[in-house]
Design a protein around this ligand. Structure first.
Ligand code: NAD
Ligand code: MG
Length: 402
């Protein structure tokens, strides 16, 4: 018999949110949905509430909350609907919650993920931006509040599975030489720079191996995703940036590797389906079924590996540089990237202008030390202002027609 765990799913209507609910629905004797949250697509949230009957639902604002509350009442549900960032923090830190899936996209997910950490929860972290922005503070809070942090990002979950359990003080003491972070290379792995200039949002969102939300799809296409993951890996596994190496592996079957000093290399393999890392983290240290088919090695037949091209994919270079610079640089990188991705998705800038915007914003300010969450938010906001000014100037001077 297992004790029933109460789970909050932050970002329930997203790609990770729905994979999480799929895993939960396979194990009703283990998991119960405590709270579901969404920012848009409230109709979808309502459908999920009817199916999982959570104690709480959280939406963006009071007007939405009122509407959903009355719809749920009319359907005979006792679910209580909350609103805004405060509602997110409340369901992340509620005393009756055992585990929190942090699957909101972008900086918007930081505060609620931190609330779960500060309440000492088991935290299943998909929201990599939270660690990129506030890694030192986040990891310190995990230790201080006795939270249990389990990585959901497939690469980090793979690394976690391949590392010994006592890596918290650094990789060298446990005989690890380096971490190899695999990357699919995205849809434009073989595209020339001239081709990259003409990429449309629809092309950028069509990932060859993974089905994901829009922002991470564009990040995968620019390879900023791998850069954010490199920073994420440094915090999660107490690694220095030079101990993490990116390798392009187009089949996305090896999810990452750990290289030991004795020449052993351990890898985690599987079909590219996020339900595997989600099920692993949810049940850890046990194993449960996830609905993912076993990997057929003979059908796969081959695996390829190649070094990344930091010139064509300069977002990856910028992220490596920000990881090395540390302090406020990763916050600026992340904020500028979020603005650039939105601008690209709205047709305001070309695909190849994404790294240009980020680099210019990074160059506009000196890296400064960051000691508190308030400072993180300050640096983030300032970088967004610089990025928006950059966009205004650009559209004034060239007027792109995409
Ligand atoms: P998505 O866009 O599909 O879903 C995002 C969720 O966040 C939605 O439920 C949305 O309503 C909510 N949300 C968006 N903005 C919000 C805001 N301002 N306030 C509150 N909620 C908000 O994204 P996704 O692909 O599921 O990714 C979620 C996170 O997981 C990202 O940080 C991403 O990098 C990470 N991740 C995703 C995958 C994947 O396969 N999709 C893999 C690894 C890591
Ligand atoms: Mg990943």
């Amino acid at each position: 018999m297992h004790q029933l765990q109460q789970v909050t799913v932050l970002g329930a209507t997203g790609s990770i949110g729905s994979s999480t609910l799929d895993v939960i629905s396979r194990h009703p004797e283990r998991y119960q949905v405590f709270a579901l949250t969404a920012h848009a697509r409230i109709g979808e949230l309502q459908t999920l509430c009817l199916r999982f009957r959570p104690r709480f639902a959280v939406v963006a604002d009071a007007a939405q909350a009122q509407r959903l509350q009355s719809d749920l009442r009319n359907a005979g549900l006792a679910t209580e609907v909350l609103a805004g960032p405060q509602g997110l923090c409340e369901v992340a830190a509620h005393p009756d919650v055992d585990a929190v899936m942090a699957a909101i996209v972008g900086a918007a997910g930081l505060e609620s993920a931190m609330a779960a950490v500060q309440a000492g929860k088991k935290i299943l972290l998909a929201n990599k931006e939270a660690l990129v922005m506030s890694g030192a503070l986040f990891m310190h809070a995990v230790r201080e509040h006795g939270a249990q942090l389990l990585p959901i990002d497939s690469e980090h979950n793979a690394i976690f599975q391949c590392l010994p359990c006592n890596y918290a003080d650094g990789l060298a003491p446990v005989g690890v030489r380096r971490i190899l972070l695999t990357a699919s290379g995205g849809p434009f792995r073989n595209s020339s720079y001239a081709e990259l200039e003409r990429v449309t949002p629809a092309q950028a969102c069509a990932h060859p191996n993974w089905s994901m939300g829009q922002k991470i799809s564009v990040d995968s296409a620019t390879m900023m995703n791998k850069g954010l993951e490199l920073i994420e890996a440094c915090w999660l596994f107490a690694a220095r940036p030079e101990q993490v190496e990116v390798v392009i592996h187009p089949q996305s079957v090896i999810h990452s590797l750990v290289d030991y000093v004795d020449g052993s290399m351990l890898a985690q393999l599987g079909n590219p389906d996020m339900r595997t890392p989600i099920a692993h983290a949810m049940a850890w240290p046990e194993r449960i079924s996830s609905g993912v088919a076993p990997l057929d090695l003979c059908a796969l037949a081959r695996m390829d590996f190649v070094a990344p091209d930091l010139e064509r994919f300069s977002c990856l270079r910028l992220a490596i540089e920000a990881a090395q610079a540390g302090a406020s640089a990763p916050i600026v990188l992340n904020a500028a990237n979020e603005i650039a991705v939105q601008a690209f998705l709205h047709g305001r800038i070309r695909f190849t202008q994404i790294p240009q915007l980020i680099e210019d914003v990074l160059n506009m300010q000196q890296a400064s030390s960051v000691q508190s969450l308030e400072q993180v938010v300050e640096v983030d906001l300032r970088a967004r202002q610089y990025a928006n000014t950059w966009l205004t100037k650009q559209s004034g001077s060239i007027g792109i027609g995409l």
